[in-house]
Design a binder for this molecule. Structure first.
Ligand code: PRX
Length: 635
């Protein structure tokens, strides 16, 4: 019998050892006993990190939707698969059963097919958190189309560059979306994006806010009438385990986003197995992950991981502060949520409000509290543990990435003793290593270094869409034979890991991964801007916020500074989205540069963080004199 559900600490250590000593037979057992395959694999694992090439369950045939839906029908047909909680609490929640999900996915899959979408085609999904979003992912998977979800807070520019990078044939969107008291004109954003996207043939539009929108003849259609006419059964396309399931873009250290490619078999096995254990999910539990499906957290732990386990997964359309700051707790009480998974930034924002918002609600259904996306500081951890969990629900601080597909370092609740700010121990099958800057592994405990992974796991991304070289260079070049995460970490006396943050030019703002380079590119397009440098600095709610140092062209020098700041942020909103706006913008006459013309960001980070007393070695700068000016005028 495989160890699908780990229940105590000795079992964790025993299973962990097994998974590391003999990964192939370990994962083979899990895959064999807990999933349905149309054909078994010829080989469990084939890998070479130098190329890099990673194949799990090669030769196996399956369809992930048969695992997430069809196989549950005989025993869980009337069980709620997706529990939709709308933005407006007075609008009724929807309980979509596995049987209804089967019908809705089949119909949408048939609509896609009727519009010429075939196995391997890319479909861009730009939808708010409504059931059609989850249905759209599964409908693509049903017919073997590759979905590329773009978070519906990204701007038209960001959307078009993602559509073009993977030549999407179709866009699924809605007339608009609700966000607390506001509505957002999503279709308008899509229209602007598509001015520049020759590959898109059709746009199918969900009616959500009932707004008056323009429909482009021959390109745009309302989705509902098409669904009404579609057959309610759709034969699942049989896929190879290594066929791509989806592309999801994440930012990087250079301008263009990276389209991380996840494949079918390994991703399914890994998300399902982590879901079961990290949340200790039991039949009839209600699981709620507050992320948006536009991010990997939503892909893996709203859609695929829960559904592969036949779970009930909550999809929440709203925001934590609408109609007031008690909304999360109201929803927990209303739906008797058992596992709650959110980001530290939300916890910090809620911890600033009156405790009455929490205490008004009965949270006794909760069994597990999860945290993801950024380091959770000690204060937020304790607030969560005390006020939400009442010291009765373990806090699982889960470290992972878009690239890793699923959770990598985490406590297992009721199994691993937790410790504030520690993601604790590697998950089953995960072999972390800390590396020094010279490329040597740092062994032993009470050490810190750069976090790498030594051995493949089934959920890892296989490539970057249309750019395999970038995949190799970003993740497999810094340390030979290792996957490099881009994060720093320490390992304490008992072997627990704490993630210390990014060691590259990515800043995590409110749990969102933002590359500084694309933001700089956006700013530099402003006609008054000559050059810019963006760094992160600590922020009490967002974790990090962005600080911009901007050099103006001569023509910009006479301009009103506050107006310019607004225009710069507007420029960022248009190019990327409001999540990437700068909190502070300082105009400077120069940026500290080395002889090789590289900006010394270390110094800028210290000044932005109000920590400029010791700037370290500045002897390699060609223009050390700018430092005093920057320090003097720091915001
Ligand atoms: O820096 C780490 C941080 O988020 C990065 C990955 O971002 P993304 O690909 O958007 O995925 C976020 C959700 C999985 C990581 O490189 N991060 C994520 N979880 C944690 C974290 N930092 C500290 N602690 C965590 N639990």
């Amino acid at each position: 019998m495989s160890n699908y559900h780990i229940k105590h600490l000795e079992e964790y250590f025993q299973v962990y050892r097994k998974s590391v000593r003999n990964p192939e037979s370990f994962w083979e057992e899990i895959a064999e006993e807990h999933f349905v395959w149309r054909k078994k694999w010829d080989k469990v694992l084939e890998w070479d990190f130098s190329k890099p090439e990673i194949k799990w369950f090669e030769g196996a045939k399956l369809n992930i939707t048969e695992n997430c839906i069809d196989r549950h029908l005989p025993t869980r047909g009337d069980k709620t698969a997706i529990l939709f909680e709308p933005n407006d609490p007075t609008e009724e929640a929807q309980h979509i059963t596995y049987r209804q999900l089967h019908e809705r996915v089949s119909k949408m899959a048939n609509v896609l097919k009727n519009h010429g979408i075939k196995k391997g085609d890319r479909v861009c999904i730009y939808l708010p958190m409504i059931p059609e979003l989850a249905v759209a992912l599964l409908a693509c998977a049903r017919i073997g189309a590759i979905h590329s979800v773009v978070f519906a807070g990204f701007s038209s520019n960001a959307l078009s560059s993602r559509i073009n990078d993977s030549d999407c044939k179709m866009v699924l969107t809605s007339d608009g979306s609700y966000r607390g008291p506001k509505t957002i004109d999503l279709k308008g954003i899509v229209d602007r994006a598509l001015d520049d996207c020759p590959s898109v043939e059709n746009v199918l539009v969900v009616k959500r806010i009932d707004s008056d929108i323009e429909m482009k003849e021959g390109r745009d259609k309302w989705l509902q009438p098409l669904l009404d006419e579609a057959y309610s059964d759709c034969v699942a396309e049989i896929m190879d385990a290594e066929d791509p399931l989806f592309i999801l873009y994440t930012s990087g250290s250079t301008g263009t986003p990276k389209g991380m490619v996840h494949t079918t078999g390994g991703y399914m096995v890994y998300t399902a197995y982590t879901f079961k254990n990290v949340f200790q999910y039991r039949e009839d539990d209600v699981f709620w992950c507050t992320a948006d499906i536009g991010w990997i957290t939503g892909h893996s732990y709203i859609v695929y991981g829960p559904l592969a386990n036949g779970a009930t997964t909550v999809m929440f359309e709203g925001v934590p502060n609408y109609p007031d700051y008690g909304r999360f707790w109201e929803v927990v009480e209303k739906h008797k949520v058992n596992q709650f998974y959110t980001a530290p930034t939300a916890i910090r924002a809620l911890a600033k409000q009156s405790l009455d918002f929490v205490e008004e609600h009965d949270l006794s259904s909760l069994k597990v509290l999860g945290s993801v996306g950024e380091p959770i500081n000690e204060e937020a951890w304790h607030w969560y543990d005390t006020n939400v969990g009442k010291h009765n629900s373990p806090v699982v601080d889960t470290w992972w990435q878009t690239e890793t597909g699923g959770i990598m370092i985490t406590p297992i609740p009721y199994v691993t003793p937790t410790a504030p700010t520690y993601a604790t121990l590697p998950f089953i099958g995960i072999q972390p290593a800390l590396m020094d800057e010279e490329g040597k592994e740092i062994k032993g405990n009470q050490v810190d270094g750069r976090l790498c992974i030594k051995f493949p796991w089934p959920g890892m991304a296989r490539t970057i869409w249309a750019n395999h070289d970038r995949y190799r260079d970003t993740y497999f070049k810094a340390y030979e034979g290792m996957y490099f995460s881009g994060d720093g970490a320490l390992r304490d006396a008992v072997g627990y890991y704490r993630i210390t943050g990014r060691v590259d030019d990515v800043v995590i703002v409110s749990g969102h991964n933002l590359g500084t380079a694309p933001i700089e590119d956006a700013i530099n397009e402003h006609p008054a801007v000559a050059e810019s440098a963006i760094v992160g600095f600590p922020h009490d709610v967002k974790g990090n916020a962005l600080y911009g140092y901007v050099i103006l062209k001569e023509t910009g020098e006479s301009r009103d500074r506050d107006n310019l700041r607004k225009e710069i942020n507007q420029q960022i909103t248009e190019h990327i989205g409001p999540i990437a706006k700068l909190d502070k913008i300082q105009f400077v006459s120069g940026l500290p540069k080395t002889r090789s013309a590289k900006i010394m960001r270390r110094i800028l980070r210290k000044i932005a963080s109000n920590d400029a007393a010791d700037l370290g070695d500045t002897s390699t700068l060609v223009n050390p004199e700018v430092i005093d000016e920057i320090k003097e005028n720091a915001l």
